[in-house]
Write a protein that binds this ligand. Structure first.
Ligand SMILES: [Zn+2]
Length: 467
């Protein structure tokens, strides 16, 4: 899979090389379309930075104001055509294509003033116990008999094996089928209005449906907690829990639901090094695993790296000495936000849950269907295909433009002739379908139901369903 971000945002140079609009490229040579917000950021030494992004991008980045000779009016957003000046870092502004009043450009909360920053106070499991913690593996610390993954995902020793054998566990993440998440409130739960407000926001802005009630195929139980955390990344298939502390905001609840639907912390994305610098020496020793870069085998990047993500931590996260643990590559610091889903968060969620929507379809090819004397044969192949649709009625087949991870439940119900009994074998696995597909063949399963004088001689019914 190609990470578009590597191409798009690896450096300013890549921005210059990347064309988002071919028609402008042919008209103006190597000029590029970029969007500039009028808000700026001043360095203590007086240097001014402007916020820029590509028109289809989600992330604002900083550019030295001197590099762009453009006079701007506060409150406006400009779409400009800019041409790099060969041999320098500077742009010529060829043309202002659009000027729009946009006071609320959702630029990230960047600053050069560390005193204005706060570290996350929610979403840290056992914050008062970090001194007692041992680091056991990348991304995992141990407190008493519990293991904490990424600060706010708490697992038991039984679950640890699953996390360890894939280094940090995200390959073992599974996703909720049909965009549907079942949930309940623990008896006496006092934060129902916070959880319900988080759920309403997610339902109104994404394709996710939340259904109240326990489900035998897996559900979330919301509970009161002394800290705020989730007991899983993605769907476990059993009961999984989200604990909310008394002061937890609905934004922090959305962050934890984000984990439960399969989202990781933004600062561990495989492409983060092109956007931020992590300062190891400033991180609390036991929390260093939280800053480990994830590989492209462990996490799929969708959309631009997003400082405004509700899954992003602030520059002061887990600082042991009051100095920043993460800064942008320009050296700016940032606060995290837990107010709303960023546009990048929405893109990430729709990459997993749609639109486009996916459906599992199967066709059966019967290879043998006969009765010969005392023998009876029925043998077949089932071919399973995922097909993508723009609508939830599944009538308009479309292509996906981002990779789609999908979790499958495989079951084989078969007759074991050694013990003369029917047995079941089942497991859950993921397939990440590459961008560019209208449909994708998942697997072909062989099945048979054969009898001798009405006694089973061979029987294997394999099936695949969405997890
Ligand atoms: Zn978290």
């Amino acid at each position: 899979m190609i990470n578009r971000f590597f191409l798009l945002l690896a450096s300013l140079l890549s921005l210059l090389l990347y064309s988002c609009d071919r028609s402008y490229e042919t008209s103006y040579g190597n000029s590029k379309v970029i969007v500039i917000a009028s808000e700026h950021l001043s360095k203590p030494d007086g240097n001014k930075y402007l916020f820029y992004k590509s028109p289809e991008g989600y992330t604002w980045r900083l550019i030295d104001a001197k590099q762009l000779n453009i006079s701007i009016t506060k409150g406006y957003e400009y779409t400009i055509l800019a041409k790099p000046i060969i041999g320098s870092d500077f742009f010529h502004v060829v043309k202002i294509l659009n000027k729009e009043y946009k006071k609320s450009s959702n630029i990230p909360k960047l600053t050069f003033d560390l005193k204005t920053l706060t570290a996350e106070s929610d979403e840290i499991a056992f914050a008062d116990r970090l001194n007692d913690a041992d680091s056991v593996a990348p991304g995992i610390i141990r407190i008493d008999s519990l293991y904490v993954v990424d600060g706010d995902i708490v697992i038991s020793e039984d679950q640890l094996a699953d996390y360890l054998d894939v280094k940090s566990g995200y390959k073992k993440t599974h996703y909720w089928s049909n965009n549907t998440i079942y949930y309940t409130y623990a008896p006496g739960f006092t934060k129902a209005s916070t959880a319900s407000s988080a759920i309403s926001t997610l339902e109104s802005q994404t394709s996710l449906h939340f259904v109240y009630g326990a489900n035998s195929n897996g559900y979330i139980e919301f509970c009161d907690g002394s800290s705020t955390y989730s007991t899983a990344t993605g769907k476990t298939g059993n009961k999984q829990q989200i604990f909310l502390k008394p002061t937890c905001s609905s934004g922090s609840a959305m962050h934890e639901i984000g984990h439960a639907i399969g989202l990781i912390h933004e600062h561990r994305r495989p492409d983060r090094n092109a956007h931020v610098v992590v300062y190891d020496n400033n991180i609390i020793e036991t929390e260093k695993p939280q800053f480990t870069l994830m590989s492209t085998n462990e996490a799929v990047c969708v959309g631009d790296f997003d400082l405004s993500s509700i899954m992003m931590y602030s520059s002061m996260a887990f600082s042991k000495n009051g100095n920043p643990t993460i800064l942008t590559t320009e050296g700016a610091a940032f606060n995290s936000q837990r107010d709303s889903l960023s546009s990048g968060d929405l893109v990430g969620i729709s990459a997993i849950y749609g639109p486009p929507y996916h459906r599992l379809e199967s066709t059966r090819t019967i290879t043998r269907n006969e009765v010969t004397g005392i023998y009876e044969y029925y043998e077949y192949y089932d071919t399973y295909t995922i097909r993508f649709y723009s609508n939830s009625d599944y009538t308009n087949n479309v292509m996906i433009t981002t990779p789609r991870p999908i979790s499958f439940y495989y079951e084989d119900y078969y007759y074991n002739t050694n013990i003369n009994q029917f047995c079941t074998e089942s497991y859950v696995y993921n397939v990440t379908i590459p961008a560019g597909c209208y449909s994708y063949n998942i697997t072909t399963l062989y099945g048979c139901e054969n009898y001798v004088m009405s006694d089973v001689s061979e029987y294997s019914m394999k099936s695949l369903s969405l997890f």
